[in-house]
Design a protein around this ligand. Structure first.
Ligand code: ADP
Length: 207
């Protein structure tokens, strides 16, 4: 665009010059965003807050508070199911995990007329699995793993830099957990699942 700017200036086309400058400004803003996200990524796993036992419900509510503006703006109904239990780890980082999933759920709601997010827990054979489910645009099965890659996004025009899921995957793995997505495909919503190791019992031998 700098090249175009030069041409448009030489041709004395002020309207085009203004457009070129807008594009350059937008690109610079995106670059700044990308750098912020990269910085954030490099911090994960280094700055570690002391681990403690946290009520998952409380972590979720902190995350909901942080994204309350966007939820209200899109008219999203959020349901937090009871019985979420506890998780052992770095509180602020865990809030970040839920916050990121909530932000994505809103971002990728698509045209859905009754946007809904449900947060709950499902007992599975191999431990307790938390989930954040939305009824948005969904994810085709073949992209279930790629979306966790750095800078990977399914729609190049969407906002964001494709770093969020890579970032929270790292946070979850640092906690000895796993994250994956389940979706029946395009338009069928997405269910992001989180499995953490069982929280130690307070006062137990294993704390
Ligand atoms: P970003 O949102 O910045 O693009 P993420 O790493 O958070 O980056 O997500 C990667 C991609 O995964 C998104 O660009 C989007 O295509 C897809 N995605 C993430 N969350 C959802 C969701 N809840 N529903 C549908 N697609 C999603």
């Amino acid at each position: 665009f700098l090249g175009l700017l030069e041409q448009d200036l030489a041709a004395a086309k002020p309207d085009l010059v203004r457009k070129d400058m807008e594009r350059i400004g937008e690109a610079a803003d995106r670059m700044a965003l990308l750098l912020d996200d990269l910085l954030e990524l490099s911090r994960v796993g280094r700055v570690v807050n002391p681990s403690a036992l946290h009520s998952v419900e409380e972590l979720v509510h902190r995350a909901l508070e942080a994204v309350s503006g966007r939820l209200a703006e899109r008219g999203v109904v959020v349901e937090v199911l009871p019985g979420l239990g506890n998780v052992y780890g770095d509180g602020p980082r865990l809030v970040e995990v839920f916050q990121n999933l909530l932000e994505n759920a809103v971002k990728y709601m698509g045209e859905q007329g009754n946007p809904r997010i449900e947060i709950g827990v499902m007992p599975r054979e191999d431990g307790i699995v938390y989930y954040v489910a939305d009824n948005g645009i969904g994810i085709e099965p073949r992209y279930r793993e790629t979306i966790f890659g750095l800078f990977n996004k399914l729609d190049p025009r969407s906002e964001g830099s494709g770093i969020g899921l890579a970032l929270i995957q790292r946070i979850v793995e640092v906690h000895g957990g796993q994250i994956w997505v389940e979706s029946e495909g395009k338009g069928k919503g997405s269910v992001f699942c989180l499995r953490f190791p069982p929280a130690p019992r307070i006062g137990g031998d294993d704390v």
